[in-house]
Design a protein around this ligand. Structure first.
Ligand code: MEV
Length: 457
């Protein structure tokens, strides 16, 4: 893989490799984006004006105002051979720059490869007072077809080929109150996040479950541990992509593997490591009007699935093809790997539950979320979840690469200095030279930026 693959267009003739995008003015950035995603002038206007308080007043209760966050664009992403620009809503500096930087590195190995399971959500019905759990379980499983028919409560989802697919029963003999039976309804929600659909279905089957089990239904609600609805992303990147003046590429990728190892072995590090992953994933969730708390809950529950909280990622140094046998994307010959001269490689993988939708809820009601989905150009909720997995993996790579080399503060300081320069009134090229001076002097303050600008004038 030569340098040319870094900027070459995808099958649709577009490239997300927008070098210098950050140096454009806000208007120029919007114009570039409008050309990329064929945004109408009205859609561009939504980006600037946001949802507005009148719409917000219809969304939640007791509205008194609105609260804005910036929407930035993650560049350079290529996923399964297709280029994407990624809308990110986040208050933390560095996140957008970090994912874009990591996505640029990923292009050197052909970009991200992703996959996902069918969009299966789980609804739970809790049954108390079940005298004979074995008999109740047999009765419920024996009535599976009838229950699935009863649970088929969403004509919209049914029309799209989704609906309830299975029933499972779990007996919990030890709880802080009494033993209980829990019935899981598995529901293919297609392109919806699905919370409403599965909650309705759970309530619909509860009376029949009571009759079948002889118990009393209490909770009837989805599980945010949506472990049947997962997305994963993988990447390989040649070691030389990580070489800098101060660090050899191979040493850097070994450092990245050691950084990941700590997060696999230690929950204290795992929490921070996974938080970095969620920096990227939540930012896409917010931009597209998805429920980021649901995603967070699912991710952290999955991180603890083996009984101990651990990293959601796997990063390792790969020196032979055999070492990629455990990978979904790279074990076959279907995906071209970097040329032999470019090995060793860094291999990374992230897998997590991602219950996201592209229809209904805030994705539909929020005009900026609609624009964000148009920018992404995803055709299904599964595709959105895969893009989010790639963004999470990119964010994590950028963080642990920085941590395993210069440390995180250097990059943060440079960005912080840019913000101080802009706050002091710097424009165009002045932003860069003022920021550089602030970093050199170790004084990242807006007053100092003002002084530098005044001296220059
Ligand atoms: C900061 O928002 C995220 C990091 O702490 C993630 C990490 O440590 O991997 C930089």
């Amino acid at each position: 893989m030569g340098q040319s693959s870094v900027s070459s267009p995808d099958a649709e003739g577009r490239t997300s490799r927008l070098g210098g995008f950050y140096q454009l003015s806000l208007n120029e950035r919007v114009a570039t984006l409008a050309a990329w995603a064929a945004l109408t002038p009205e859609e561009c206007a939504w980006l600037a004006q946001g949802m507005g308080v009148e719409r917000g007043d219809k969304m939640i209760e007791n509205v008194v105002g609105r609260y804005d966050l910036p929407l930035g664009i993650g560049t350079n992403f290529t996923i399964n051979g297709r280029d994407y620009l990624i809308p990110l809503v986040v208050e933390e500096p560095s996140v957008v720059a970090a994912v874009s930087f990591a996505a640029r590195l990923a292009r050197l190995g052909g970009g991200f490869r992703t996959g996902s399971s069918e969009p299966i959500m789980i609804a739970q019905v809790q049954l108390l007072g079940v005298a004979d759990p074995e008999l109740a379980t047999a009765a419920i499983l024996g009535a599976k077809q009838e229950l699935l028919a009863l649970a088929n409560t969403s004509p919209t989802i049914a029309r799209l080929g989704g609906g309830p697919v299975d029933v499972e029963v779990r007996w919990l003999p030890q709880t802080p109150t009494v033993p209980m039976l829990v019935v899981h309804l598995l529901f293919d929600v297609r392109d919806a996040m699905g919370a409403n659909a599965v909650n309705t279905a759970a309530e619909a089957i509860a009376p029949r479950l009571e009759a079948l089990s002889g118990g009393r239904a209490l909770l009837r609600i989805l599980s945010n541990y949506s472990d049947r609805r997962r997305a994963w992303a993988e990447v390989v990147i040649p070691a030389h992509a990580f070489s800098t003046a101060g660090f050899g590429g191979e040493a850097v990728i070994e450092g990245i593997a050691h950084a990941n190892a700590l997060a696999v072995a230690d929950p204290y590090r795992a929490a921070t490591h996974n938080k970095g992953i969620m920096n990227g994933i939540d930012a896409v969730a917010l931009a597209t009007g998805n429920d980021w708390r649901a995603i967070e809950a699912g991710a952290h529950a999955y991180a603890a699935r083996q009984g101990r909280y651990a990293a959601l990622t796997d990063w390792r140094v790969v020196r032979e093809k055999m070492e990629l046998l455990g990978s979904s994307a790279y074990r076959s010959d279907a995906v071209r790997l970097p040329d032999e001269a470019d090995w060793p490689l860094l291999y990374g993988r992230l897998e997590l539950p991602l219950a996201v939708g592209i229809v209904g809820g805030a994705t539909r009601a929020h005009p900026v979320a609609q624009v964000a989905l148009k920018i992404l150009g995803v055709g299904s909720a599964r595709e959105l979840s895969e893009v989010m997995a790639a963004v999470g993996l990119a964010q994590n790579l950028a963080a642990i690469r920085a941590l395993a080399t210069d440390g995180i503060q250097r990059g943060h300081m440079a960005l912080h200095a840019r913000q101080m320069a802009i706050a002091a009134g710097a424009e165009g090229a002045a932003v860069d030279w003022v920021a550089e001076r602030l970093v050199q002097e170790g004084q990242i303050r807006v007053e100092r930026a003002r002084e530098l600008l005044a001296q220059d004038r």
